[in-house]
Ligand binder design. Structure first.
Ligand SMILES: *Cc1c(COP(=O)(O)O)cnc(C)c1O
Length: 383
């Protein structure tokens, strides 16, 4: 195999450090779920999962049934919640594998009950209440019906209701009025469940931002995704402040370095034209690899610890950076697209801000033809 044009380097020691740090942050009485959906936010689901478990994560969380079954197939036997099935999918393997599945509606609960009868063991079910996001989950109007059906299924021995949860609208904006309203709506939903005789092991509402910013929302468990990977959970809440370390670096080898003269236009449409002679570096990564096309003319990429502006449009396979008139860079040199920021390179958060998106989207979409290399900067036993 050739050296890859471009690679994502994931430091699993950073993930372990972040999970431990988050655990310290929320305290020993709150269970820690590390969310590894979306291929571990682009870091590799299995490597992220192993790192999280090694650092003491009590639960793993994923969206799809397939993600959950993949974790089981690779030997993860701990607590595991998934929350996004669609009608027609087979729930029996999840019940068999002791996965906690989420029910949003009585119809979904009925499918889970049928799966439990087929599996011959009770299904672990968590009920989701929609407290204002208007995405998944039962509305306040449908909640009493879902709770009653779940209790009936529990009495029938078909399910065990292990959790009740909800998801936040604006946890990254602590002053947003939705936060108070959702916390109140969640407490109301819990009271209804309690009155119906449900005794869930875990009640949970908080993602990373709420886990860090709003202690009253931690309840029994927090579901931490983005912060586990060392990225800012909310604007202005930096990894440095929280002592978190970004785990992903995306880098590529310069395919070519060349001089251009004043007046030369760069990349499709000549969105940028040199007003003086300069040196260009050709970076072999483009939108097919998840470099956002919105980054045209605005992103920066570092070479030898110095940031250089991306010039012109992002292409499918490549981008061009301006190394400056005096550059001594050569083809083959490493260009760091983004990383922890400790060696002059931009962070995923800076890339996101430049493109009008969020760091989540940067790390989950980077990939394409990048190779992924896992490193461990602090092998266990030494760290
Ligand atoms: C993705 C997700 C999380 C994790 O959110 P972060 O902001 O990354 O911490 C938590 N809960 C649910 C339901 C999710 O879908």
């Amino acid at each position: 195999m050739n050296t890859p044009n471009a690679e994502i380097v994931v430091d699993v020691a950073a993930i372990r450090h972040n999970v431990r740090r988050l655990r310290e942050w929320v305290g020993p009485d709150v269970q820690m779920m590390t969310v590894v959906k979306g291929d571990g936010y682009g870091h590799g689901m299995l490597d992220a999962a192993r790192a999280a478990v090694a650092a003491g994560a009590d639960w793993l969380g994923v969206a799809t049934y397939d993600e959950a079954l993949t974790l089981r197939a690779h030997g993860y036997t701990g607590r595991l919640l998934c929350w996004l099935g669609v009608p027609g999918q087979d729930v029996v393997p999840l019940v068999d594998a002791d996965v906690d599945v989420t029910a949003y509606s009585v119809a979904e609960l009925d499918v889970i009950r049928a799966a439990a009868r087929e599996a011959g063991v009770p299904a672990r079910v968590q009920l989701k209440i929609d407290t204002g996001l208007s995405r998944g989950g039962a509305t306040a109007a449908d909640w009493p019906g879902l709770v009653a059906a779940a209790r009936e299924a529990e009495v029938a021995g078909e399910v065990r209701v292990t959790g009740i949860w909800s998801h936040l609208v604006a946890s990254d904006d602590p002053g947003h009025p939705a936060n108070d309203l959702q916390e109140k709506a969640f407490l109301d939903a819990l009271a209804i469940a309690d009155a119906a005789g449900l005794q869930p092991e875990v009640r949970h509402l908080a993602n990373s931002a709420a886990a860090v910013l709003r202690p009253s929302m931690r309840f029994d468990l927090v579901r931490c995704g983005i912060a586990s990977y060392g990225l800012d959970p909310a604007p202005g809440v930096t990894p440095a402040e929280l002592d978190l370390v970004p785990a992903m670096t995306a880098r590529a080898h310069l395919a070519m370095v060349k001089r251009i003269e004043a007046g030369a236009g760069v990349s499709y449409g000549h969105l940028w034209v040199a007003d003086a002679p300069t040196t260009l570096g050709l970076v072999p990564a483009g939108y097919a690899d998840g470099v956002p096309r919105h980054g045209s003319n605005v992103l920066e990429i570092a070479v030898a610890g110095e940031r250089h502006p991306l010039r012109g449009r992002v292409c499918m396979d490549q981008v061009v950076i301006d190394l400056g008139p005096e550059s001594s860079a050569r083809a083959g040199d490493l260009a760091v697209l983004f990383g922890p920021g400790s060696q002059g390179e931009p962070t995923a958060t800076e890339w996101a801000e430049a493109c009008g998106t969020i760091n989540y989207e940067i790390v989950t979409r980077i990939g394409g033809r990048f190779a992924r290399t896992v490193v461990d900067s602090a092998p266990e036993g030494q760290a």
